[in-house]
Design a protein around this ligand. Structure first.
Ligand code: F6P
Length: 492
């Protein structure tokens, strides 16, 4: 297994001469005010899950939008705070957005334009000129924060590692201010095929913004190839097939696939702690899960995650195999997200309605088939849920990677678990021992639920062993080291 110590060595060897700055919209720690007291929350989302352990291992500065109600109260005069609390390892620098900026850049262009455009799940993207203006303004604001940050330091060179679709233009503004800064970009969601992307009125500017980076990473080769094809169709650029790169106006951008991962060792350690085992016992008792087959869904509530599809499949499963009534419970945990957007309000209502209907239809005096928690669940509790669930169901209609699958595998120290996994997730490419479904095919979904339940324990353990080897061999430290090494071959 690749360790955080090895990553540290790689960083010292390759980046010894560099400052490392990570940029993302979502911050890794959110301070909220509750009843006059400040609490720290760890937000859900792939980018944060993956990057926090890397930053803990190698230090540096992470610049992100300060979105919590208590965020301003805890930072110093430079808007900085060392994190995590109690065992500080790196600097979080917060950048503030006005309500108007957040509306246009985050809710509007990021989540009503780029998110549906990239996922292609039949949710129509919205193109508003005013959102686009705000997106450019905020991307520039992130670039200015980087330049300001570098200005305060010694004259070491800088590597800026930009995360995700919210910041597609930032490298362009950074390079305009200082072309010597190395910019690497990671796009955490799918890149669509050229036919889907071509409808975007701002496509040329977005592509040119991304091509200002020195390297662009995607989770899987398919998304990287979609990006190359899109560039070839939409702008004047040369493709170098040998180097897998794109050259525009003399500037080269390497295009790579780096499947992201999780901190396998840490998750595995956490779930083995006495406190976690006690929590599992208590949760089982409190939720009447003892002696039941526990199915788990764990997602940010989003229309890309296929939550209604999985609830409908569970309903049909109980119709088709009524003998499983009172023997099985489906726990769905999910933090509500992006609630100001109508499509998210709609998906929340649809899930609430389905949970109500299915429970009304099947429940008995001693048994409720579905438990739905939309409260914020602390990360430790999520890990405990993973460890106690017999089966996890990941039914995304389209997903860049899906780290829930990998976190679940890392939590299964006893090999006792199985994954039902959508074939439309990036993780499906690596996790070949999962039970694959097409979430749009309800009958197949129902049969797969039955197949998992019927499969002999020994066979399931065998599959889980293989899955654990895959995730532990390809953990988050190896991912980060591979990105840095690839960059260093060409630029550092
Ligand atoms: O990992 C993909 C991602 O879109 C991140 O960019 C984002 O931070 C996360 O999921 C959660 O979304 P949000 O930040 O909008 O809550």
């Amino acid at each position: 297994m690749y360790t955080k110590e090895e990553l540290k060595k790689t960083i010292v060897n390759e980046l010894g001469e560099y400052n490392l700055i990570v940029l993302s919209n979502r911050e890794p720690y959110i301070h909220t005010m509750k009843e006059g007291r400040i609490k720290v929350q760890r937000p859900s989302g792939g980018a944060v899950t993956a990057l926090d352990p890397v930053m803990k291992a190698c230090g540096g500065t992470w610049i992100a939008h300060g979105s919590g109600s208590g965020d301003r109260k805890v930072v110093d005069k430079n808007n900085k705070i060392m994190v995590p609390e109690g065992d500080p390892k790196y600097t979080l620098k917060r950048l503030w957005l006005s309500k108007e900026e957040e509306k246009g850049y985050y809710y509007g262009f990021s989540n009503e334009t780029l998110w549906p455009l990239s996922h292609i799940v039949y949710q129509r993207p919205v193109f508003r000129e005013e959102d686009w203006q705000m997106y450019q303004k905020v991307n520039k604001k992130f670039a200015d924060a980087v330049i300001e940050e570098i200005g305060r330091r010694n004259n070491k060179k800088t590597l800026v590692w930009i995360q995700d679709f919210q910041l597609a233009l930032t490298a362009k503004y950074i390079k305009e201010a200082n072309p010597n800064i190395i910019c690497a970009y990671f796009w955490h969601i799918p890149w669509p095929n050229p036919e889907a992307f071509r409808i975007c009125p701002f496509k040329k500017e977005i592509i040119e913004g991304i091509l200002a980076n020195d390297m662009v990473g995607f989770h899987i080769r398919y998304h990287a190839d979609n990006f190359i094809e899109t560039v070839e169709r939409e702008v004047e650029a040369k493709t170098d097939r040998e180097r897998n790169s794109l050259i525009k106006e003399g500037h080269e951008t390497l295009v790579r696939a780096f499947p992201i991962s999780v901190d396998f060792e840490e998750i595995s350690r956490q779930v083995a702690l006495e406190a976690s085992l006690k929590r599992a016992k208590k949760l089982k008792k409190d939720l009447s899960l003892e002696g039941k087959i526990v199915f788990l869904g764990c997602d940010r509530i989003d229309y890309t995650k296929g939550i209604p599809e999985r609830l409908i499949a569970f309903d049909k499963f109980l119709d088709k195999y009524p003998r499983y009534k009172e023997k099985i419970v489906f726990v769905q945990i999910g933090a509500v997200s992006r609630v100001l957007i109508k499509a998210y309000e709609d998906i929340n209502s649809e899930i609430n309605r389905l949970v109500g209907e299915i429970n009304w239809k099947h429940s008995t005096s001693d048994w409720t088939p579905l438990i739905f928690s939309k409260e914020f669940v602390p990360y430790n509790d999520i890990l405990t849920f993973y460890s106690l669930a017999d089966v996890i169901v990941i039914s995304s209609l389209h997903d860049g990677m899906n780290l829930v699958a990998k976190e679940y595998i890392a939590s299964k120290n006893d090999y006792n678990g199985a994954i039902i996994l959508s074939q439309f997730t990036g993780s499906a490419r690596e996790l070949q021992e999962a039970f694959f479904i097409n979430p749009f095919n309800t009958d197949e979904f129902v049969d797969t639920i039955k197949q998992v339940i019927d499969m002999p324990q020994k066979e399931k353990e065998k599959r889980m062993k293989i899955l654990r080897d895959i995730v532990s061999d390809n953990n988050i430290y190896k991912w980060a080291a591979t990105v840095i090494q690839e960059l260093s071959k060409f630029y550092l």
